[in-house]
Design a protein around this ligand. Sequence first.
Ligand code: AHG
Ligand code: MN
Ligand code: MN
Length: 339
Amino acid sequence: MQKSKGITIQRHIIEQERLFPQATGDFTGLLWDLSIAAKIISREVNKAGLAEILGLTGGVNIHGEAVKKLDVYANERICKSMEHGGHLCIMASEENEDVVPVPDEFPKGKYVLMFDPLDGSSNIDANVSVGTIFSIYRRKTTGKEATVDDCLRKGTEQVAAGYIVYGSSTMMVYTTGHGVYGFTLDPSIGEFLLSHEKIKIPPKGKIYSINEGNTYVWDEGTRRYVSYLKENDSLTGRPYSLRYIGSLVADFHRNLLYGGIFLYPADYKDPGKPKPKLRLLYEANPLAFIVEQAGGMASTGRERIMDIQATELHQKVPLVIGSKEDVLTYEKFFSQKGK
Ligand code: AHG
Ligand code: MN
Ligand code: MN
């Protein structure tokens, strides 16, 4: 066992901060607050099957999807845990149409937080893994108040990103641009302990993850790529195995550890108007930062996810993410498409 395995996330964050001699401790406090919110959400997710909290609120989020109570809970929990720490100037959440300002009574900091409070929430009732995804930027506007422009950024500007997966155990995985670290929650002491150091994704995998029921709306390139993965050719390690949970965080986490590729291509039902599903700021960018730090790739099929300049808070993008060789092969198929 490496000697730092088993240290608490708190200590790890402080040690990471030492890599930046000019750091003020602000960022450390921010990540620490997030890890507390994660523990509280984890507790609620674990109780979901018992509590009345299960079921639909009857509300519909801005994407027109039914909102489960735990989404609302996780969203409120993160906003409440993060607004008073003095680290943030503004937030944006998948569940809120507009930016979430830090209320006037609290001190403002220099960081911007964007998050998907509960990813994969349609799976909760069946006791399947769900997650939280977050992305952190430094403020860029200089006026009195932070604005939406502080959120409309390129993924390359992220200073940290991570996710929490509420699975058979709860894990928090994050990067500050110096490798990817994973912590497992020890429920008996209520601490996240370092369990996965310097995570690297295998350069090529054996797993593909895609909602194959959507084949009829895919572009030609994606269709040919997925058929290719299913051909039998032991020299190139095919066929691949299909694994699709339907919770992005959980699908991504498995592929990060085992190698493989996750794809959510655009829907080409109307070929002139391709419709992607996943969100750039809350889902694609943070996972792209993590996968690149782990040696993998994240692409739309034609461009690097983190190079996209966001123009809307709830912008959606095609997402192809995972082992480098797999994503590169997909890009080749996609460029030869003829949609
Ligand atoms: P969310 O629960 O935050 O709205 O995200 C759902 C996403 C993502 O978790 C998953 O990969 C994808 O939706 C699954 O979509 P399909 O059911 O269309 O396959
Ligand atoms: Mn999501
Ligand atoms: Mn969500």
